[in-house]
Design a protein around this ligand. Structure first.
Ligand code: FES
Length: 348
């Protein structure tokens, strides 16, 4: 029987590959030899033991589940980053790291659909997983990839992608940069992605399912361009690990609205602690303020790291996709975006 990796087992680093300036791929295996089972486009959350206490960071998986012996993440160390910089400095072959997941709903649909994948910078990582999967699947996929970066050297995986496109006629690539490299010829697109370029790179975009990953301003531009060109936005999907822009919250009429004046009480059953709070507090904020440890990553309902089981009471939870309907039906909540209503007990 095939045994599948679960996040109870730490991952062991098997390879570190520099991909571009400040971008590296970290490949991991399960020391037990278990295989990785996930969907192309999903992410894992790594627990990074930085000085001062562990922090959790969520990274898209860049490897494909069609090669289940290894799981890779390809990460960019942004200026001022703590977690990813720690990985660059401390994760080497043999390093073991706790991880949770895989999770996420930004996943590829059926292999016979027509896709348009649009990425900026390290937003290429979930696309790489999807493309490798389609490539390995063996039938000729119908995919257009638009990969944008600042300079040609900032493009991630250009050689691997070119190699794959050279063997699979249905995979077409377009690269666009905003700055040339001195003393190097650039034959791809130049400038910020716009409607004109989009229409030239993928003339049949109306027939394709669009997946987009990159910084929020980039994704906003893509959304606006597609919608302006009459694209059916119900077929548009995007991934982002940045906090969503605040929007006026629509509260269903029958929903319970937290009341700043109302008090609540949360029992952390495993810790044996009961705390008073306000209904407007999140359970995660309450745990952090009282040195109770619930792992967390994004803090805005995307990554699923802060998931715990609620054993009593009611919460009001507005999340951004970090938990499935089945989990919610099973009593799980995301503590980072759950407000206690009255008396609540959780398994933490
Ligand atoms: S910390 Fe990411 S969903 Fe709560």
């Amino acid at each position: 029987m095939i045994e599948v990796w679960t996040d109870e087992e730490a991952l062991e680093c098997t390879m570190v590959v520099p991909e571009a300036p400040n971008v590296r791929t970290f490949a991991f295996r399960a020391p037990s030899g278990r295989l990785f089972d996930y969907r192309p486009g999903q992410f894992v959350t790594l627990e990074l033991p930085v000085p001062g206490g562990p922090i959790h960071r969520t990274y898209s998986i860049s490897s494909s589940p069609s090669r289940p012996l290894a799981l890779s993440v390809t990460v960019k160390a942004q200026e001022g980053s703590v977690g990813t910089r720690w990985m660059f400095d401390h994760v080497n072959v043999g390093t073991r790291i706790k991880a949770s997941g895989p999770a996420g709903s930004f996943t590829l649909g059926p292999t016979d659909r027509k896709y348009l994948l649009i990425s900026a910078g390290s937003g290429i990582t979930p696309m790489m997983s999807m493309l490798s999967y389609l490539y390995d699947y063996g039938t000729d996929p119908d995919v257009r990839l638009i990969a944008c970066a600042r300079r040609p050297t900032d493009l991630v995986f250009p050689q691997t992608l070119t190699h794959m496109a050279g063997r699979v006629p249905g995979l077409k690539l377009s690269f666009a940069v905003t700055e040339e490299e001195p003393y190097q010829v650039w034959t791809g697109y130049m400038g910020r992605l716009n409607q004109l370029m989009l229409g030239t790179m993928a003339p049949d975009y109306l027939e394709r399912d669009v997946y987009c990953c990159g910084p929020e301003p980039f994704m906003q531009m893509v959304r606006e361009a597609l919608s302006y060109m009459g694209y059916d936005m119900a077929r548009f999907r995007q991934e982002s690990f940045a906090a969503p822009a605040p929007v006026a919250e629509v509260v269903p009429d029958d929903d319970v609205v937290p009341d700043a004046a109302a008090s609540a009480q949360v029992t952390f059953a495993r810790a044996g602690v009961t705390l008073d709070c306000r209904e407007t507090d999140t359970i995660l904020a309450l745990s952090r303020a009282n040195a109770l440890r619930i792992p967390y990553g994004c803090t805005f309902g995307i990554c699923g790291t802060c998931k715990v089981r609620k054993t009593k009471g009611e919460v009001r939870m507005v999340h951004n996709g970090g938990i499935s309907d089945d989990d919610v039906a099973d009593g799980w909540i995301l503590t980072c975006c759950s407000h206690p209503v009255g008396e609540v007990e959780i398994d933490a």
